[in-house]
Design a protein around this ligand. Sequence first.
Ligand SMILES: Cc1ncc(COP(=O)(O)O)c(C=O)c1O
Length: 369
Amino acid sequence: MYRVPFLSLERQHQSIERKLKGAILKTIQSGRFVSGDEVNSFEDEFAAYQKTRYCAAVGNGHDAILISLKALGIGRGDEVIVPSHTCQATWLAVLNAGAKPVPAEVDPMTYNIDPLQIENVITPRTRAIVPVHLYGHPCVMDRIIAIAKKDNLFVAEDNAQAQGATFKNKMTGSWGHCNATSFYPTKNLGALGDGGAIVTNDKRAYQFARAFRNYGSEKRDEHVIAGVNSRLDELQAAVLRIKLRKLEEWNRKRRQNATSYLRELYNVEDIQLPPGESEVVRPVFHLFVIQTTHRAKLKKFLEKKGIETAIHYPVAVHLQKAFGHLGYKKGSLPIAEKLSNEVLSLPIWPGLKKEEIEKVCGEIRNYFK
Ligand SMILES: Cc1ncc(COP(=O)(O)O)c(C=O)c1O
């Protein structure tokens, strides 16, 4: 049976395989694998792409959020507002920075943190908001920034899933004081291993991040803060420099695929489709996530037809054991819980063929017939 893969990085990499091999070989021959020219060049190129002044590359997306918060002086005793529905790494990074994640419910149509709900959970201890541009869809950044300004809060965007997206023509991941992203292999801009970055216009925060990722040291044998080891390596930077040049093309293909889904599925009554592009938002469809009360049965049906799907995420973050001490129970965050029961991610990656999308849509229509 012809299978539609949820994601095929092998197929996606075909057009750049020769370049990737060349860059890897060049790095091997350079004999330099950590803190070298590839990382420096990638940082310059990614800062330029994001239209921010500085970029500090780090080991992964979790650390990028954690270091962003630390660079803003956030830690013990502070509360940080996070979306109720996100990848658990967002909450975890807040915890690991020493602060308390305080969830605000999301808008069930966009899956993103709802500005009205942010206002409901602000307390005198709140120091920052971490908006997550989930599935590649931009948050309502102008309203979030306005709330933060009014209450004197920092904003640290989690742009792990939205590299290249814009809100009102401004890049996501460039609105906040210090913004994080992940280069986990499946991301729109993914390495061949782990990676992440912080971008900012704040020189002091940038210098903090550079030192913190390297045992707290900018200068050899001089440790100014108690940092960690969270460096992007030269091989990953060399790979990311090649893939960054493809990002706009790949994001365009993702948007085209999303348009096909939206066109083909708009009249299937039992599913809720994600929002598309508008004058205000240009999403990058890291994932194409539908909602349906038939999720388990539909997933199984599609599997039988050779169509791979995934669930992001099947357990609401507040119901994970790791966050039990925060005191949330079943029923505490009903929107996040409903989404965790009903979301289903369809294949959307840039190498997907037109016939494959047609097959997915055809089988979804067959299921609901
Ligand atoms: C929204 C979001 N935040 C944070 C992360 C953490 O990134 P990483 O896996 O690179 O630590 C991820 C990815 O896994 C993510 O999707």
